[in-house]
Write a protein that binds this ligand. Sequence first.
Ligand code: ARG
Ligand code: ZN
Length: 883
Amino acid sequence: MAVIRQEKRRLDYKKPDFTITDIDLTFELDLTATIVTAVSRVKRLTEDRKIPLVLNGDSLKLLDVKLDGAECAFRETENTLELDSVPDEFTLTVKTCINPKDNSELMGLYVSDGKFCTQNEPEGFRRITFFTDHPDVLARYTTHIIAPDGAYPFMLSNGNLIKDEVKDGKRVVTWEDPFPKPSYLFALVAGDFDELHRDFVTCGGRHVDVYLYVDKGQASCGTVAIDSILRAMEWDEKRFGLEYDLNRFNVVAVDFFNAGAMENKSLNIFNSKYVLVDAESATDTDFENVLSVIGHEYFHNWTGDRVTCRDWFQLSLKEGLTVFRDQEFSSDLCCRPIERIKAVNIIKGPQFTEDAGPMAHPIRPDYVMEMNNFYSVTVYDKGAEVIRMIHTILGEELFQKGMKLYFKRHDGCAVTCEDFVSAMEDASGIDLKQFRNWYSQAGTPCVSGSLRYDAEKKQAVYTFNQSTPATPGQSVKQPFVIPLSMALYGSDGRKILLKRNGEPVSEVQILTEEHNVVVFDDVPERPVTALLQNFSAPVKVEYPYAQGELETLLKCADDPVTRYESMQNIINSYIVLNTVNAQRRLPFTHSELVVQSFRYILEESGLDNRFMAYILRIPPVNTLMGLFTAIDLDAIIASRKELVRVLSVELADIWEKLYQKLLAEFRQRLAEGRGYECTEEQIGSRDLIRVALNFHVRGLVLKGEEAKASAIVSGHYRISDNMTDTLIALNAATAHNLESRHEILKDFESRWRDNALVFDNYFRAVASAPYPDTLDNVRKLMEHECFDLTNPNRVRALLGTFSQLNPECFNDISGRGYEFLTEILIKLNGTNPHVAAAIMTPMLNLNRLDIKRKGMITDCFNRIMRIPGLSDSIFEKIDKAFK
Ligand code: ARG
Ligand code: ZN
């Protein structure tokens, strides 16, 4: 029988016919047969009494249904439980049986390493009981957890602990959450953990008990996370005036988790990857991620829980806003320019790629088949950029005024993106009508600019044209409101004050038309133009920079993002040039300007180590693909390799000296007994030593001095006192295919094979190496005792890295990479299709690839489409790719 699949449409939203105001849930925990009794207070919201009550259900065994305590008629279909002619108000009791242990999809109630936990966003609650599982039904939850006494020392749910008693050998723990919430925010945890505790007093004087639960024996790896919770609580009070609203806040770390973490009301559940860190086993990035993910989930308490989404099309209402908030949190606490550059790289890499492919969607999508496919870089990260643009246009003060109005109007409600924008508009008095196009239109706008300098009138006249390529289902685009932050520099590198009609004007120029003219007066000479300062809009910019202009910006711009972007532009122009050369079988053009600029940055710029390391970053192949409509992968890879070769060889002395200098400082630190610290300064040294080591090693290999390179890398491995340096060495060894990789991998394996999160670094190092034997190595590692196809972290580390971060091997012209991933996708389809759908992204580029690769991916997709029981997650992506 053919499966009929249907997309849901945003515009089909209907107010619910019934609501559930209160629900009393009882869980009789059992690994394979948990009995769930749900007693709901149901209220009819429509006039029409003929409309049946329809409850959603998925993979449930129905045991019993009672209406006001009595038998009643009901209908069970594949995914619903329906009751006809019910009263206007009644109590419904539904008893179901579920099997948490065999829940490999990790949605609903499941077992992670012997511990019960839940993930209900977006539609997991219907895998626990029959319910109106939509975010616009807000109920008060009471939860009773029952288990044999002693079986699960910790039994947690949302809200306040009401009762904890033992009766007839059974322990019954009762929780009550006073805040009405949608079902996706319900959570339950039961198991044994180490417990960490902190006290927090809010600005309003409320005492909060903060608890963190981690695997037994891991308490020492939880201190950074629990301290980050307190920092987040404090920051949200200071910057947003938002106070925590209960006396208890719990975070639990589990090993099996599809996403990063989940903001369930007062019971956040985390992937342990974003909780467990210590100086010995975590990298600088791991530390930074813990702070930002802890912040993110905590901030959801207001932007997500107190005010939630009316329907899933509105996901960016909470996610875009909360990503913006966590970015600001990290920027205020760490280093703002670095945080900004990290965000920009996500947009210019994966987000622009998504916009250019078959899954392109607006931050508020119009059509969704499988909601899990829309927890995307577009909804999250571009969503955050859209909020940031509102912030740029309004300024901090009016933006905060808008936030206040938003909470005043919508606290306790399930609302839309439109409601958010209206609040911003009404609070600020700034018209955002056209701005709303950012919510409705997909695709990356391109702004192309040009300058006419009128020496007589001392005027700089800019023309900016915007256009947005068609995306699936949206062929014609209306112009966006683009806040374009610009600065003008004189030939001496000094900033020219922006003036119009004798008055100073803002650096942020708002473009609203397809064709825009922007004029500045009193410009003494033809200026050098900084465009899109601080990446003020998620757009591509084309501007015909004259010889030397990008260098001027690189050296003189006061905005760090402009300096960074200038170098990226310099690099990109050579990548494009040499990609074309490679295609035409012409010799490479010497990347003179890149070499000069690198030399300047390294020897003269005086930049701090961390920023220097970022500015010297060569964009990865995946990001470079975005420079082309049609992707000639082999030519891009060749062109990038050539650039790395030239830089390694021509700056060989500088790299060597820099590496030696940083290594000496590292040794000095060790000699002085100063330990690893996750400070900007230490991170900076490590970021830069990574860059220096890799160029130095590449240079040596190219000179035929492989043995020397190999020795340097194993030396680095040996002196390392921290995971970041250890991985710098490990990754260099695999990335440059050095002899020492065998011994380093072996040592790493023997030291870390018992720590799965750390061992993931081993998988990543092997899977990202761009060599012909990589695929065989990845296959072998699937047999490794540390690998587990049922654990999403393992799958992402080994298989996700191979498909997403190793474009060279994955897209090997033999087609082996595609065949391999296809096998994996077919396997995962039956166990965890959401994780499968997430790692198949690189195959969605097929229509921009060459005809041979496109043909091979098409064959793989056809094969997948024919498997019985294909999940909506995978189907939706392939179906779109074929359209
Ligand atoms: N709301 C969670 C967060 O962003 C993520 C939930 C992920 N769910 C999913 N189906 N991918 O913090
Ligand atoms: Zn979120």
